[in-house]
Design a protein around this ligand. Structure first.
Ligand code: NDP
Length: 285
């Protein structure tokens, strides 16, 4: 048996096309484009690539991309002043500060300063709290994309056993919250979990968000399970996920590839969150 490959690229392209169509409607109603401000501090090569591709995707969707590139020695006070300026700017619907910030900058203070109603990354504690309590807010883009990929296979997730491997604030924890909201029975595993293979074997749904190439082996996967691989690990053989794809594809019912699975959904969801923000702020349906 070989698993169905979940085509994140195609699903993300559909979402981006839908957002672009709705942006055109928004522009006609509001008389302006939704605006996404991206702040990049320093020259980290991976961050520069992400910021460039976010800018391109934003413009392709018909939105305005406002990019602020600051030198690596920028201090916390300067960043806080920029965030305050973006919070006050009526043309800015989303603010995204590219992480990691250089050592010496108070990352926590900068993220806390972002207006939660412009926090399209969904990293602000107010939005984490909204997610945990079922209130409307911004949901972090990567887990939001994972839920969409899962729903492409299982339109309803109710009652399924889900195991999330990883408990970070940006992926694992919000992923678990979203799965709870979908009425899954959720287990969150991490580096202290005892007998991880046995925990993963219980799962109808496995979400791996660890950052260790090939950690989750094929024989950990329950036959027919759906596997979402969030990991992005650079190796000598190229980009690989946190799941041993060659092994897991033989056992799973459906699986995301790396690249071409979760990655493309993250940017598409960022665009969707920015459009949502613009609509809420302008009161446009
Ligand atoms: P973090 O490093 O913040 O978190 C990793 C988590 O994995 C931690 O909770 C850690 O446990 C857990 N962990 C580490 N080792 C093990 C182990 N041996 N067994 C079980 N759990 C373990 O990573 P992120 O959540 O930020 O990212 C995870 C991966 O997803 C990375 O590869 C990253 O590149 C990728 N990513 C991909 C995105 C995309 O768009 N596709 C977006 C964001 C991230 P503990 O808490 O106990 O330390």
């Amino acid at each position: 048996m070989s698993a169905k490959i979940i085509d994140g690229k195609a699903i993300a392209a559909d979402l981006r096309a839908r957002v672009a169509g709705e942006v055109a409607t928004f522009r006609a109603a509001a008389g302006r484009a939704p605006g996404l401000a991206v702040v990049l501090v320093g020259e980290d090569p991976a961050s520069s690539v992400y910021v460039r591709s976010k800018g391109r995707a934003t413009r392709e969707a018909g939105m305005e991309s406002i990019e602020h590139r600051l030198p690596a020695d920028t201090d916390t006070a300067t960043l806080l002043a920029l965030v305050a300026q973006l919070n006050a700017d009526a043309g800015v619907d989303g603010i995204l500060v590219q992480l990691p910030l250089p050592a010496g900058v108070d990352t926590q203070a900068v993220l806390l300063a972002i207006d939660p109603d412009k926090d399209v990354d969904g990293f602000h504690p107010v939005n984490a709290g909204r997610l945990a309590t079922g209130m409307p807010g911004f949901v972090p883009c990567t887990p939001l994309g994972c839920i969409m990929l899962l729903k492409s296979v299982h339109p309803t997730l109710s009652g399924m056993d889900a195991v999330v491997v990883g408990r970070s604030n940006i992926v694992g924890k919000p992923m678990a919250q979203l799965l709870i909201a979908e009425s899954c029975t959720v287990t969150v595993a991490h580096s202290r979990t005892r007998d991880l293979p046995a925990v993963v074997r219980r799962a109808d749904i496995v979400v791996a968000a660890v950052g260790i190439a090939g950690l989750v082996k094929g024989d950990w996967i329950r036959p027919g399970a759906t596997v979402i691989d969030v990991g992005i690990n650079r190796t000598d053989t190229g980009l690989v996920g946190d799941v041993d794809f060659a092994g897991a594809v033989q056992v799973a019912g459906a699986i995301t590839p790396v690249p071409g699975g979760v990655g493309p959904m993250t940017i598409a969801c960022l665009l969707a969150n920015t459009l949502d923000s613009a609509r809420r702020r302008e009161g446009v349906a």
